[in-house]
Design a binder for this molecule. Sequence first.
Ligand SMILES: Cc1cc2nc3c(=O)[nH]c(=O)nc-3n(C[C@H](O)[C@H](O)[C@H](O)COP(=O)(O)O)c2cc1C
Length: 194
Amino acid sequence: MKIFGICASPRNNTTEYVLKNALGKLESHNFQTEIFTCMGKDIKPCMHCDYCLENKKCIIDDDMAVVYEGLQSADGIILATPIQSGGISSNLASIMDRTRALEAIDYNLLRGKIGMSIAVGGDRTGGQDFAHLKNITYFMIHGIIPVSGGPFGSNLGASFWSNDSIDDIKEDSYGMDSLDRTLHEFENFLNKYI
Ligand SMILES: Cc1cc2nc3c(=O)[nH]c(=O)nc-3n(C[C@H](O)[C@H](O)[C@H](O)COP(=O)(O)O)c2cc1C
């Protein structure tokens, strides 16, 4: 089974560290993984031109092409976002809006895939839950089944406190526990429903 992980930070740092950790664990359990990182990529915001509704594809020619392919070919999708202004990053918001072009082709294109959320904040309570809720809402809109890591800190997904530092996020054992619990459920769902 294939897992597509999106690192929605504009740089390669703490969110990428966590996502790569997650994908490495999945690979050790024989999942095939692919990572897309937003750093240096050209992903323009949706212009609401409605070209996709008529033509079944987005009029913008940029790096979103890789994301369209990754989302469609995956069995499981991981959205990993840094917290920006109390929620998801602007990169991820653009990706979500641009997925409208897939809905235009077929409303059921992503239906039945499994989704999990990773949120990395500079602060301990900087908006991780709001980011998870946005990711889960996106999953639901597209028929993707969202997983919870269960109670005790991972209700909505994996939540990290980075203190804006790779060294500090490595010390966030509570965050890593939330990742492991969410991955456990993610794998359970993949094995049960795919
Ligand atoms: C524009 C901007 C807004 C941010 N807003 C928040 C915030 O509201 N809450 C928070 O906890 N951290 C906030 N941060 C900090 C980042 O979430 C934090 O440094 C995170 O580890 C960055 O992930 P990265 O290292 O993968 O880029 C913000 C950072 C930026 C650049």
